[in-house]
Design a protein around this ligand. Structure first.
Ligand code: GLA
Length: 687
């Protein structure tokens, strides 16, 4: 797809080289080590560090009394060494004196448990004292460092997401609800409060969704999620105002994160950030970790509306998975992962953190300088990565404003889809938004397609194929955009449990998926969730599990049918011709091979090809990043076989031509190829 750059939203980050480095916490170390740190940074090619993320207690030892001397010294040293600073505001971790002075600014869990300082993120985002103190420290930092030559940008807070259910939050939530609904009767209607005697007669009867005797009201719970995202955004805006009012002009961001939870509605956030940045930690030690990195990269670029963004954190090695399992990063993986983000538009590869800490809660979290020091496998790879990023600096061309990657396929993505399925009284325990979206993205990744994510309601007509996994609720704008995409000749694929409800999570009556029945040409009168032990075979050999439905055809035709059980002979996947395009409906969960086979057929019919025309060899990732004069092919061999890339171009890492005999890329190896102008003939095969 080729589209004009969108001029709304984040402006994107522009740098004339890739940023390399990460969180640097000099305050944790004796000053005698600082010069050594800087020398090692120069050895490694580090050119950007994030300073001050958790420094509040050492910057403001008493209310309003700031101690900037150590920060002055380290910023001066970094600047002298040519290392840029992404200066953080430390508001993710208020100091102990703050919480003891303002106990009402401590967070309270849904069950009423009071949380205390002694870890981090001990704050209530709605507490007036916390908001005032955050603005005050942001102002103080910006007044002092707003024109410091080392400071290249601002990193406000760290990973917004601390939930609180206290009375401050209750008051703010009610204000948000009054703005949204205006009339209490409309809230009662939207929340369906006639059920279980929940009708509200005064605004101040409404609470955050605190612990209840039984199931929560799902619309109340999702509205609270939406409110919290807006509340965090308001916290961010106040700090932006503080920084700008103090005269600082550098770009301002905050770092997103997408682990098994999701606290922000990234589309509305990204419209306000100067550039999008993301922290990403692999969720798997195995090969699926690569698909996770790609997922994070494609999401970040999409939230940035196709413009360059910044990978703010990743791990150089050992990282804690899900609290108690540790995963390491084998040789070569740091480089391959970093290039995967960069290929997808990141303007750098930053890490958490520079030096592995000597003690503390994250003592076993990897650092660019591990406990073993510079004489270590990890630091050698860090240095090699720094050199590689310098070799490919031309790819970072600041003139490229987007789209940095062209994609013909897009997946609909919205936090509402995630939050709606947090309701635990669903018809199957397997309905899970992030798994459904990941599965779709993974199937495309394994076949080498470039993929964007798109916002419901956005203009989708530039995409040939739009995929809608698990988007339970759709508002009018989202429905209209899907109709327009198909009507103008696009191909749409909608999976079960999408389009069932409106934005208030009210099921549209008359058969599922009520919001888009006519677009899909089907009517489902019954969901038939499957026992987890059972699979269903479809007439074309595909395999489904977890879910099935009784699909009636209205205007669609059956592409494939259920073979066994009470649905034997009934449609499983359907296709409806609508306007100039086609809309498919998939009524079961396809296993990975089936999903790949199905998407391969659908994309081929829509005339969409993988990046190099056909699927790459197993485990090999190919992404094309756009430049102004050239395009760049990133080939990342995560597989176990050497592959050969042939075509008219030059590998920037080895400065070798890929023409003639082609370029051998060993298992675990990488290539970043500047394509000759007009190059189209590429081949990639196991050698
Ligand atoms: C997050 C935080 C960091 C650190 C890492 C550990 O991304 O921003 O401070 O805790 O996780 O993986």
């Amino acid at each position: 797809m080729s589209q004009e750059p969108d001029t709304s939203g984040p402006s994107g980050i522009t740098t004339d080289r890739f940023l390399f480095g990460g969180d640097y916490n000099p305050e944790q170390w004796p000053e005698t080590l600082w010069q050594q740190d800087i020398e090692l940074m120069r050895v490694a090619g580090v050119n950007a560090v994030t300073v001050g993320v958790f420094s509040w207690a050492l910057l403001e030892r008493e209310e309003g009394i700031y101690t900037f001397d150590w920060l002055d010294r380290i910023l001066g040293m970094l600047h002298a060494a040519g290392i840029g600073v992404i200066l953080a505001t430390p508001t993710a971790s208020p100091p102990p004196w703050f919480t003891l002075t303002h106990p009402d600014a401590l967070p309270i869990r849904a069950d009423g448990t009071q949380l205390w300082h002694g870890s981090r993120d001990a704050y209530c985002p709605s507490a007036p004292a916390y908001r005032a103190a955050s603005s005050a420290i942001a102002t103080a930092l910006a007044e002092r460092y707003g024109s410091h030559p080392a400071v290249t940008s601002w990193h406000v807070h760290n990973e917004y997401g601390t939930f609180c259910f206290c009375d401050h939050v209750a008051e703010s939530f009610r204000r948000w609800l009054r703005r949204k609904y205006e009339d209490l009767a409309d809230l009662n209607r939207a929340w369906y409060t006639a059920f279980w005697s929940q009708n509200y007669t005064q605004w101040d009867q409404i609470l955050p969704p605190r612990a209840t005797q039984y199931l929560h009201n799902p619309t109340h719970a999702v509205d609270f999620r939406r409110f919290m995202s807006d509340e965090f955004l308001q916290c961010w805006r106040e700090q932006r105002t503080a920084i700008r009012s103090a005269g600082a002009n550098q770009p301002i961001t905050t770092n997103y994160m997408l682990p098994p939870w999701n606290h922000l509605e990234q589309w509305s956030w990204s419209a306000e950030l100067d550039f999008v940045s993301m922290d990403h930690y692999l969720d798997s030690e195995g090969p699926d970790g690569e698909t996770h990195a790609a997922y994070a990269g494609d999401l970040s670029r999409s939230w940035a509306l196709g413009r360059p963004w910044l990978l703010m954190e990743q791990a150089a090695g050992v990282v804690t998975l899900h609290g108690n399992r540790y995963a390491s990063k084998g040789p070569g993986r740091m480089l391959r992962n970093s290039l995967s983000y960069i290929a997808r538009g990141s303007q750098g590869a930053l890490f958490f953190q520079w030096r592995a800490p000597a003690a503390g809660a994250e003592v076993w979290h990897a650092g660019l300088v591990p406990h073993a020091g510079a004489d270590s496998r990890v630091f050698k790879e860090v240095t090699a990565l720094g050199a590689a990023l310098a070799q490919i600096a031309e790819v970072a061309d600041p003139a490229v404003q987007g789209p940095v990657v062209d994609a013909d396929v897009a997946i609909l993505w919205h936090a509402d889809g995630w939050w709606a399925l947090e309701n635990r009284s669903l018809p199957s325990e397997h309905l899970d938004y992030s798994s459904a979206v990941r599965a779709t993205h993974r199937a495309l990744w394994q076949q080498g397609f470039a993929v964007d994510f798109v916002r419901p309601g956005a203009d989708l007509t530039a995409y040939r194929v739009v995929l809608v996994p698990s988007m339970f609720s759709l508002d009018d704008a989202a429905v209209a955009a899907l109709r327009a995409q198909v009507g103008t000749g696009g191909t749409l694929v909608v999976w079960y449990f999408s389009g069932v409800a409106d934005q208030d999570l009210h099921v549209t009556p008359g058969g599922y998926p009520g919001r888009i029945r006519d677009l899909l040409g089907v009517r489902v009168d019954e969901f038939l969730p499957l026992d987890p032990a059972h699979t269903v075979e479809l007439s074309d050999g595909l395999i489904g599990d977890q879910w099935s439905e009784n699909v009636q055809l209205t205007t669609a035709t059956a592409v494939t049918s259920y073979l066994q059980g009470e649905l034997a002979g009934r449609p499983a996947i359907t296709r409806n011709d609508y306007g100039n395009g086609a809309a498919y409906y998939v009524s079961t969960r396809l296993d990975l091979p089936s999903l790949k086979a199905f998407l391969s057929t659908v994309t081929a019919q829509a005339g969409v090809c993988p990046v190099l025309g056909s699927a790459p060899p197993a485990g090999v990732e190919v992404i094309r990043r756009n430049g102004v004069d050239h395009h760049y092919l990133f080939v990342l061999n995560h597989g176990s076989e050497p592959v050969r890339l042939s075509g008219p171009g030059t590998d920037l890492l080895t400065e070798t031509s890929t023409a003639a005999g082609g370029l051998l890329i060993n298992a675990g190896g990488v290539a970043v190829v500047r394509e000759d102008v007009g190059a189209t003939e590429w081949s990639l095969a196991v050698d």
